[in-house]
Design a protein around this ligand. Structure first.
Ligand SMILES: *Cc1c(COP(=O)(O)O)cnc(C)c1O
Length: 336
């Protein structure tokens, strides 16, 4: 089965399963799990923050970040297409009583800082208190520029806002920006990172920030039911994902670029190879037969999501030959 639906479908490697089987563990709610503690210390160092917290999911890490930065009746500015606005069940509002103020994303995924400025509420009791700007990198498969992120931090400092990064795929952004990940993360007060996508861990994310911020997030993690016990079993895989995962993301990007070029030669699809920056390729079906294409591919053991546009994602469980198989099969669908 070739699965291009997401990079979350990656399975743990033999090395990860081995590390999981032999991980030293303790009760992490007591702070006793040496493998979790070691992952958190390593991650804090790796991303250049005082402290880190291992969380069940990226959704949980973002929720804890927003709730740790903002109180009841505060608000956060975010993109209209931000994961932590659209795809997290409204958790910040529902569980945190924090109001989102979405702003239309620019075509490159950034949030125009003039529009953000206009969205900051005046000090008036009619309004929620604007506390936080949340960015996402990568967003829609695109990397935010380093200059933009530096400007965004200066903007937040000027207006007394905190700056959070949903960095689910921040290592993909670092590959595209051709820099160490800390060149990105240093602009933020907090960052969330998924270990369970292209990096290959079976589950788990990280939240990074100051010691005081992570202390608040740890309390909230328990509140939302995220205090896991012998979590070292997962952290052992997470450690390998964090150390080795980033080293092979370039392959995923090259496979995505190759896929993008291949699909762009199929007249029934609308693909812009120049817009493929990371491991995600978007294709629009001119004839609008995405559902039929999905079913045709599924019958031939290839999985895709049939959105408009269709999103194809490359990852460690698909290689160049698999991409060729996908392109050929799509071509045959349109010839049939
Ligand atoms: C996947 C993802 C998350 C969180 O995902 P989980 O499935 O909860 O781990 C957050 N933000 C972005 C941008 C993502 O792609």
């Amino acid at each position: 089965m070739l699965d291009f639906r997401s990079d979350t479908v990656t399975r743990p490697s033999r090395e990860m399963r081995n590390a999981m089987a032999h991980a030293e563990v303790g009760d992490d709610v007591y702070g006793d799990d040496p493998t979790v503690n070691s992952l958190q210390a390593f991650a804090a160092e790796r991303f250049g923050f005082e402290a880190a917290l291992f969380t069940a999911t990226g959704t949980q890490a973002n929720l804890l970040a927003i709730m740790s930065h903002c109180g009841r009746g505060d608000e956060y500015l975010c993109g209209q297409s931000a994961h932590n606005y659209r795809y997290e069940g409204g958790g910040a509002a529902v569980l945190g009583s924090v109001q989102p103020q979405p702003i239309e994303n620019e075509p490159d995924g950034s949030i125009c800082l003039d529009k953000a400025r206009a969205a900051i509420k005046a000090d008036d009791f009619h309004f929620a208190v604007t506390r936080l700007l949340s960015l996402e990198n990568t967003i829609g498969g695109q990397a935010l520029s380093l200059d933009y992120q530096r400007d965004a931090r200066a903007f937040c400092d000027r207006h007394g806002l905190l700056l959070h990064l949903d960095g689910a795929r921040v290592f993909n952004a670092a590959v595209t920006s051709n820099c160490d990940v800390t060149e990105i993360t240093r602009h933020y007060h907090s960052v969330s990172v998924c270990l369970s996508k292209g990096l290959g861990a079976p589950a788990g994310s990280l939240l990074l920030g100051s010691k005081a911020f992570i202390d608040r997030a740890t309390r909230l993690r328990k509140m939302v039911g995220g205090g896991m016990r012998q979590a070292g079993i997962l952290a052992a895989a997470g450690r390998i994902a964090l150390e080795l995962g980033p080293l092979r993301l370039q392959d995923d990007h090259e496979n995505a670029a190759y896929l993008s070029t291949g699909l762009s030669e199929i007249p029934e699809l609308e693909v812009n190879p120049a817009s493929t920056q990371t491991n995600i390729v978007y294709a629009r079906c001119r004839a609008g037969r995405a559902g039929q294409l999905r079913d045709y591919l599924a019958e031939r053991n290839i999985l895709i999501n049939a959105g408009d546009p269709i999103r194809f994602v490359t990852h460690l469980d698909v290689n160049r030959q698999d991409v060729d198989t996908l392109i050929d099969t799509v071509r045959r669908f349109y010839r049939a």
